[in-house]
Each structure stands twice: as C-alpha cells, then as structure tokens.
Design a binder for this molecule. Structure first.
Ligand SMILES: [Mn+2]
Length: 448
C-alpha cells in the first residue's frame, strides 16, 4: 500500500495521531511490567489460489498498536530497553518487489512515520529477536492462533538457549489477549470519531439500498448498491452484507444474496462499513413495495419497542446484559399479546420459550472488529458498562417459515433492527442515527 510522507506527529492516511499509538504501547508495557517482552505479529497475507491473495486486512491488535499497514511484520515491545523499547521488524524496501506489488514502507520510514524506536528487516528477526528477549521473565503474545507464528516463537526460544553461554529463556508465556483487549474496549475520542464516520457511511448505504429496492430485483443488486456507496466513500464493507428477502431473513447469517425480491415481503439488510479498520453494523427491515402488512407491522413495532428499551439500558453502570434482558421482556410480551406464544410473558421468559422466535443475543462489542474483543463477564457477572464502550443493539423476531405452532400469516417474517451505541457519560449515544427506523418514517422514505 503506497504511503505518503506523514505530517509530523500524524500517521499517513490515518486520523489517529502517532502519539495515541505510542500511548497505547506505553500503557500495555506498564501493565506487562519491566521484565516482560510483548510480541505482536501482523496478519499474514492469505492466498486465495495460485498467486491471487485475499484482500489484505491488518490484524486488529497489530493495527491498534502500530497503525502499520503491511503483512510480514512483528512488533516487539521491550519495556526499559536502553536502545529503544519499541522495535518493528518489517519488509525492507525492494525495487523489484515494489514494481509488482507497489511501494512498501521499509525500515527507514517506519521509524519516522510510525513513531518507533527502531526497525529491522523481517528477514533478520531470527538472528536479532532472541537476544532482545534474553533475560526477560515473561513473554506476552498470542499463541494457538497462527500456526506459523507459534512455530516461529518456539524457534526463537531454541535460538535463545543456543546463545553464547546459554541464554536465559523466559519462565512464562502469557496470553496477551486479556490485557490488550481490555484496552481496546475503551474507545478514545479519535476512535469514536472514526466509528461515527463508519456509521454515517453505512447509514448512507442503507438509505440508498432502501431507495433502490423493489420487486423483481435480486438481493445481490441491493448488495451492489450498498457496496457502491461504501466504496464510493473510500470505506470497505465491514463484513459481507446480508440482504435477505422474505423468509430468508429468518436465516440469521444468510449469505446467498441471490433470491428475487417479491412484492409484499420484507427485506432485511444487515450491513456495515469499515473506515481505517473501524467497523459499523446496521440492520434495517423494510417492506418491498412500500407498506408493511398488518402482521409485519405488528411484529415490527414489537421489535422497535424492544430495541428502544434496550438502547435505554446502554448507560454507565448498567450491566452489559441489561439491554438484552429489556429486549427479551418486550419481545416476550409482544409475542404473547399477538398470540404467537401462549401463557404469560413472564413464564415465556422464565422458560425461554421466546427463543423460538428470538434465538440471538441483543448485541456485541463493536470496534476494530465487528464482533469486537473484550470480556462480557467479569468474575461470572455481566460486565458493567463504562463511558467509551460501544455496543450494537439488535433485537429481532424471526418466525421460521415452517413454524407450525402459529397461524400461517405470521410465518416467514424475519425482522431485525440494529444500531451502534456508544456509552456516553450522559447516556446512550446512537452512532447510526442516519437511517430511519420508525415504520411510518420508513414508509415515507420508500414513498419518496
Ligand atoms: Mn451486529
């Protein structure tokens, strides 16, 4: 990926200042302690077939700590090291390679542009890194994820032992995830800014999709419209969009996107944009043809009421799970009132009978990953929300097309409404306000 020279203190092509990346690394080193080493690898390039690679996406942890965009790189954090604590191993510049694959950053520019202390060619890592780890008590890294990295790590330990006089091998390997992922859970102002941008672009894409969708089109034509808007704004899709007409909406992770849209059916779209590696995630469900039927509208209003009740729980001090519990209550009540489940709502919740129509959870952390990192429970208890955390709120009702326990008119209706919500000091901040979700607002938009 070509890199322009960066303005001082600023990453090239990034909205997050070099100082913020440096702060994250310092925080992590402080948590790990003076006698630790931390190793984080870039995402490997993955081949689709022969010499055609899958589109490259940097590893989120590596990005979080460096902003460095290339594969074939390893970050070593070495707290207290006299010659520099922050060391990157990366590709050296190579004219022949660049002729085929484009410009790379190279060790020289990496130091200046990314605020590192030192950079070495990745080819030399086996010779250099073991000596840097020597004498440290603990190594923090991910293991059991990338077989190639696991093997490399063991190789470095073997080398360490072979150092002149016999090197001191670290006593402990510690999983880096817990510490690092806890940092990633709290979004900074700059991160929230990127997430608002990712949300705004996804909102625009949903708008365009709503305007385009009509009977006779294929689901993939609507998908193309979503992608057109996202790519047109310089963003990527954060995940393959779900464009699910009619009963396809009852398949929670529907991927085929090739059925024709039919008049009178609902269309569920779940699509998000990614901006500088930060994701958004929006779902809307609207009628092909412009008007909700009576049954569709009844279920839609239940889901919307549940979603609003759940969003209201996204506040500092509330447990993560409170939003889900609020949504479950509203959905169970709604399903009872409409006669889709028998008996009282309380019993339906207690016995889990609502799960036949709402089998999912109401949300997840959102950030660099769509299903972002971070523990949902602490000491067995649902984690309390704090300012800077971001969650999705996405209740739904899905009546399977073969659900014999309900009258036929309800069958095959699938509805999800999803917004991205930041925990603000004052309360919930909905990042995805750009797309209407009231049934009448949506009908007005479709009529326009
Ligand atoms: Mn989601």
């Amino acid at each position: 990926m070509p890199q322009r020279a960066a303005a001082p203190g600023q990453h090239p092509a990034l909205n997050i200042a070099a100082e913020e990346f440096a702060r994250r690394r310092r925080q992590l080193m402080r948590m790990a302690g003076e006698d630790a080493a931390l190793l984080v690898a870039a995402a490997p390039e993955r081949m689709r077939n022969a010499d055609a690679a899958w589109p490259y996406r940097q590893d989120s942890d590596f990005h979080y700590l460096t902003g460095f965009p290339e594969p074939d790189a390893v970050l070593a954090l070495l707290p207290g090291r006299r010659h520099g604590e922050v060391v990157l191993f990366c590709r050296e510049r190579d004219a022949e390679r660049e002729r085929w694959h484009g410009e790379s950053v190279g060790t020289e520019r990496a130091v200046g542009d990314y605020g590192l202390d030192d950079a070495f060619p990745i080819e030399d890592i086996d010779d250099i890194l073991p000596g840097m780890i020597e004498g440290r008590a603990r190594v923090y890294c991910h293991f059991g994820r990338e077989p190639a990295f696991d093997a490399q790590l063991m190789g470095w330990m073997r080398r360490l032992r072979q150092l002149r006089g016999g090197g001191v091998v670290p006593k402990e390997f510690v999983a880096l995830g817990h510490m690092l992922h806890d940092l990633r859970l709290y979004k900074s102002r700059a991160e929230l800014k990127l997430m608002r941008e990712a949300a705004a672009i996804a909102a625009e894409a949903h708008h365009a999709a709503m305007r385009l969708a009509r009977a006779g089109l294929r689901e993939y034509e609507v998908e193309a419209e979503l992608l057109r808007v996202m790519r047109g704004r310089g963003a990527q899709a954060a995940f393959p969009p779900i464009v699910a007409g009619g009963a396809n909406a009852c398949v929670l992770h529907y991927q085929a996107n090739r059925a024709p849209l039919r008049e009178g059916e609902l269309l569920l779209i779940d699509a998000g944009a990614e901006v500088d590696c930060y994701a958004s995630d929006i779902s809307r469900t609207f009628p092909v043809g412009g008007c909700y039927s009576r049954e569709q509208r009844a279920l839609y209003d239940v889901v919307l009421t549940a979603q609003l009740a759940a969003i209201d729980e996204v506040r500092p001090g509330r447990p993560f799970n409170a939003a889900h519990e609020a949504a479950v209550r509203v959905i169970a009540e709604g399903l009872c009132v409409l006669g889709l489940i028998e008996g009282g709502a309380e019993a339906a919740v207690r016995e889990g009978r609502y799960q036949r129509f709402f089998p999912a959870k109401t949300g997840h952390w959102l950030g660099l990953d769509v299903h972002d990192v971070g523990d949902y429970r602490v000491d067995g208890q649902s984690r309390l929300l704090e300012p800077g955390m971001v969650v999705t709120v996405e209740p739904g009702i899905y009546v399977p097309p073969d659900e014999a326990s309900v009258p036929a008119r309800w069958r095959g209706i699938g509805i999800r409404i999803e917004d991205d919500v930041a925990v603000g000091r004052e309360g919930p901040e909905v990042l995805t306000v750009g797309v209407p979700k009231g049934a009448e607002e949506i009908e007005a938009l479709l009529a326009g």
